[in-house]
Design a protein around this ligand. Structure first.
Ligand code: A3P
Length: 326
């Protein structure tokens, strides 16, 4: 969802830039294409502020995804993994995931931190080394300020049909009682999704940017999938921990450390926490809206065969030769 800001947040420079970009009016707002990706106008300001001003630290971790691909889960898992090394320093017994939603703990660069300020205050994040950020930007856009930096990027990818259905449910929930409620349908979202003119789309460009990045630089870009996390959570969380430089010791594994983290970050546990039942993000989105079924293949309950075929054809065409299997 675009954060609730008007065009008056745009700098003069951005207004000039936008006037030169391809644009499109969808049911929520105006989108424009910057560096091959579609953004709502106000989000583009966040992207530009980030590209111009972000100063990476080599220990930074950036969690990336296309919206509705498992971002919340990846954030929770990363926080839980990093928290192990801090456990002894903590003065209170509360785990950060018990007092804040994963999106509050791992802010979005372009949708939160750099949205309203070109120089956001990152001191709170600096107190916890490494700093952990998140983004939906494609890798090439993210990489502009990351040049020569050693920071690590983790991408989570999800089956395109489940992403579409998850996004539709998310919009139905979050746009309820707003003036655009009722102005979109699953069919209209399907059309935007397939045309690629979609917030942070095209989906395939977003995925491929990270897939290629992970092949070129596996030490700094890790490519994960929601389906692998569901199918073999232990193996995948160990892979994530190793990539982040905080592998499980034999002792930790032996004492059930891996399972404890999986349980802490499970959909069941996170949805049972008060903060996720009643809290809201800084963009005023209910924390509860980030959790739904969390199943692989829920698209089968929503998409008709024609939709399925069209998406399968897109996947076939766009990912052909990439080595990436869906
Ligand atoms: P569904 O709508 O299919 O249930 P994102 O975090 O990128 O916004 O993606 C949201 C999707 O991830 C939703 O999928 C949501 O239910 C699922 N999800 C959120 N937290 C999860 C968790 N801890 N484990 C598994 N899936 C989770």
């Amino acid at each position: 969802l675009p954060p609730p800001l008007g065009e008056n947040y745009l700098s003069e420079e951005s207004k000039t830039l936008i006037s030169s970009l391809l644009s499109y009016q969808d049911f929520v707002g105006k989108l424009c294409n910057y560096q091959g990706c579609w953004y709502f106008y106000n989000t583009l300001q966040g992207v530009i502020n980030f590209q111009k001003n972000f100063k990476p630290q080599d220990t930074d971790i950036i969690l990336a995804s296309f919206p509705k691909s498992g971002t919340t889960w990846l954030k929770a898992l990363t926080i839980a993994l990093l928290e192990r090394s801090k456990k002894n320093d903590r003065s209170c017994d509360h785990h950060p995931l018990e007092s804040d939603n994963p999106h509050g703990l791992v802010p979005f660069l372009e949708l939160s931190l750099y949205l309203q300020s070109s120089t956001p205050d990152l001191t709170n994040l600096s107190s916890s080394s490494p700093r952990v950020f998140s983004t939906h930007m494609p890798l090439h856009t993210l990489q502009v300020p990351l040049k020569d930096s050693l920071c690590k990027v983790v991408y989570v990818c999800r089956n395109l049909k489940d992403v579409l259905v998850s996004n539709w449910h998310f919009k139905c929930t979050t746009l309820k009682n707003t003036k655009v409620e009722g102005s979109f349908t699953l069919e209209s979202m399907f059309d935007s999704f397939c045309s690629g003119v979609d917030f942070f789309g095209p989906f395939w460009e977003n995925v491929l940017s990270y897939w290629r990045g992970s092949l070129e630089d596996p030490e700094h870009v890790l490519f994960m999938t929601y389906e692998d996390l569901k199918a073999e959570p232990r193996g995948q969380i160990k892979r994530l921990a190793e990539f982040l430089g905080c592998p499980f010791s034999e002792q930790e594994e032996g004492s059930g450390g891996v399972d404890k983290i999986l349980e802490l970050c499970s959909l069941r546990n996170l949805t049972s926490l008060e903060i996720n039942k009643s809290g809201k993000t800084s963009n005023k989105v209910c924390n509860s809206s980030f959790f739904r079924k969390g199943e692989v293949g829920d698209w089968k309950n929503h998409l008709i065969p024609e939709m399925e075929n069209k998406i399968d054809n897109i996947v076939e065409e766009k990912f052909k030769g990439s080595g990436l299997k869906f």
